[in-house]
Design a protein. Structure first.
Length: 318
């Protein structure tokens, strides 16, 4: 049966499942990634992992490819980092076991949320249930981050949640080491990361873990983002607006506050009436253009990296 013939391909024969049953295709990709790793910052990760057997079988095949390349005299980076996508609930729940086998985690929030709350994001009747702020999702994210750090590996987040600045404080407070966002979102998220206090983000997580509804979690995240990201440095915003007087300085800050308030309200409203299960905000509706030049404060999280999802830093198999 071809994957296109499946009634529900999102839960079907794809990613690592397809690769392990088509070794000729799988090995060709693995060999290409290994050979491309020489002198470059390339990493490899297996998608759609649901258990240890898939990880161990995948690593075994990688070792076979390494042996073949050695015999053929082809160079490759022998210490290439290999990780897994955490996008299936079973993988998140057993993250402590998976972390012993790999070098990093990348949490695919789009699918993890979809599978966790058992909804199809393209189904208009249930798409409103797709909520990144669901308390269960927050707990799964914390479980994965804690398991990664307990085993001395790093953990990143990709998917729409990583590019949404309302959730940036939450993700940093959970201990995420890397955020993978679309190219157009990088300036917005990077500026948010630079302006946040680690202590405040961790305090936010403590508070959120006590909340019991997605709406309550979203409201707290919105409040935190509004207070910590934008209203704490109106003078810097005013300088970006190039004011000519104290009055215009205050006006510039007020305009920026209004822009951010509209952005936060729009996101919340779209989440409430979400008819397609996903939120897309145009760049013109966000304050990213106004903050791209801000200097970071002294209390920022500097260890978190930001990777564009279109970059070649990480290779994954589909």
């Amino acid at each position: 049966m071809r994957s296109g013939d499946e009634l529900n391909p999102f839960l079907g024969w794809r990613a690592i499942r397809f690769c392990l049953e088509n070794l000729d295709i799988f090995k060709a990709q693995l060999r290409a990634i290994l050979r491309a790793s020489v002198g470059t910052n390339v990493k490899m990760m297996f998608p759609m992992i649901s258990g240890l057997d898939e990880v161990r079988r995948g690593l075994q095949i990688v070792d076979e490819c390494r042996s073949e390349l050695r015999r053929e005299g082809h160079p490759f980076h022998d210490e290439l980092e290999i990780g897994v996508m955490i996008e299936v609930p079973t993988a998140a729940i057993m993250a402590d076991l998976l972390a012993r086998e790999v070098d990093f985690f990348s949490i695919g929030t789009n699918d993890l949320i979809q599978y966790s709350v058992a909804i199809d994001r393209t189904n208009e009747r249930v798409a409103h249930l797709y909520e990144p702020s669901h308390p269960s999702v927050v707990r799964l994210l914390k479980m994965v981050a804690d398991a990664a750090h307990a085993n001395d590996i790093w953990v990143g987040v990709c998917g729409e949640m990583a590019g949404e600045i309302l959730f940036t404080p939450l993700l940093l407070g959970l201990g995420m080491d890397e955020l993978s966002a679309g190219t157009s979102l990088v300036p917005r998220v990077k500026s948010a990361v630079q302006r946040l206090s680690v202590t405040e983000c961790q305090k936010l997580v403590e508070e959120v873990l006590e909340l019991d509804t997605p709406a309550a979690v979203l409201a707290r995240c919105t409040e935190m983002a509004t207070r910590q990201l934008w209203r704490t440095d109106r003078l810097s915003v005013g300088r970006l607006c190039q004011p000519q007087s104290a009055a215009s300085l205050a006006s510039g800050g007020a305009r920026f506050d209004d822009t951010w308030a509209r952005y936060a309200r729009r996101y919340t409203a779209q989440r409430e009436r979400n008819c397609r299960g996903r939120t897309t905000l145009s760049d013109s509706a966000s304050p990213s253009g106004s903050i791209s030049g801000l200097m970071p404060s002294s209390s920022i999280l500097r260890s978190t990296s930001l990777m564009s999802s279109t970059s070649s830093q990480t290779s994954w198999l589909t």
